[in-house]
Design a protein around this ligand. Structure first.
Ligand SMILES: NC(=O)c1ccc[n+]([C@@H]2O[C@H](COP(=O)([O-])OP(=O)(O)OC[C@H]3O[C@@H](n4cnc5c(N)ncnc54)[C@H](OP(=O)(O)O)[C@@H]3O)[C@@H](O)[C@H]2O)c1
Length: 276
């Protein structure tokens, strides 16, 4: 049997909020063609991919503007937006507030759904960072809060500092190639009802070269990318956020939902050491 119970839901709860989003979201790092990217996001929402990940860092604010354009096209009520502020913003409430306002302006929003600390800052203690993250929720700039690139121990420490708001999400690198989060982070996330947003989930396309994924996919009429994504969303609490700015690949991502790998195939992927 697989290490974790197979999650068959294509809509997954964000933390313990009761609010659900699609098990596949869309990333926005390294956009090369802004117009194509807007079209890709709009198309993703049409196909039921309703959570978009961005960050102030991506394209130096350009990605947030692109997401803002797409929001104008689809309507905010159709989409759940996550953004990430740079670690040093969380050194004081004033710095956090300024960065948040700049980010909201680029997105064309007064409130975002979820804000994450992009990665932990090393120059200020974690309690201060969490206080200033909570401050953004208190001020109504974001509905939910979370972290990114926090390992098991850091997440546990962060959880001990929250006062009024829950940490809903930890966004980390996680793929069928890079399964390290399964050791300690994922069990903790399942226990604490924290959503894991898996980034670089298709290893920037390299999963296409993995013969095991092709062999398994052939049984289901699915591509290696779809098998790699399905593996992730079959885990409780895990949402995958692959990136593309091509509509045909958006379709491929959407086709990773609506079915599940068998427990045997999940087990085989779990046990495999895959190099790309
Ligand atoms: N929190 C963090 O520190 C962090 C770090 C990294 C990423 N992220 C987030 O997670 C998202 C996804 O991660 P990622 O962008 O690093 O990697 P990824 O989703 O694994 O791969 C995206 C790359 O693969 C290409 N691609 C997409 N579909 C493909 C396919 N079917 N065949 C071949 N290539 C394909 C894309 O190019 P095209 O656009 O041309 O399709 C893009 O260059 C990011 O966009 C970002 O939102 C967060």
């Amino acid at each position: 049997m697989p290490r974790f119970p197979v999650d068959v839901q294509d809509r997954k709860e964000i933390g313990a909020t009761g609010e659900k989003v699609s098990a596949i979201g869309l990333g926005t790092w390294n956009i090369r063609n802004p117009d194509a990217a807007v079209e890709a996001i709009v198309y993703a929402v049409e196909l039921g991919i309703d959570n978009i990940d961005t960050a102030e860092m991506y394209g130096d604010g350009l990605a947030e503007k692109i997401v803002g354009e797409a929001i104008k096209r689809v309507g905010k009520e159709k989409v759940f937006i996550t953004t990430k502020l740079l670690p040093h913003r969380f050194r004081s409430p004033e710095q956090a507030e300024k960065a948040m306002k700049d980010s909201l302006k680029r997105l064309g929003l007064s409130t975002v759904d979820l804000v994450l600390i992009h990665w932990p800052d090393t120059l200020v203690d974690l309690e201060t960072q969490i206080r200033n993250l909570e401050y953004l929720a208190e001020k109504g700039y974001t509905r939910y809060i979370g972290v990114s690139n926090f390992d098991h121990n850091l997440l546990l420490e962060a959880l001990s500092y929250t006062k009024k708001y829950e940490i809903s999400v930890d966004q980390v690198r996680y793929s069928v190639v890079y399964k390290y989060p399964e050791v300690r982070l994922l069990p903790l996330a399942i226990e604490k009802r924290i959503t894991i947003q898996a980034y670089t989930p298709i290893e920037r396309g390299a999963v296409n070269r993995v013969s095991l994924l092709a062999e398994i996919g052939a049984k289901y009429g699915k591509t290696p990318v779809q098998v790699a994504l399905n593996y992730l969303i079959s885990r409780p609490r895990v949402i995958a956020i692959p990136k593309t700015e091509r509509k045909e690949r958006v379709e491929e991502f959407a086709g990773a939902m609506g079915w599940r790998l068998s427990p045997n195939d999940i087990e085989a992927l779990e046990a495999a050491t895959i190099r790309v």
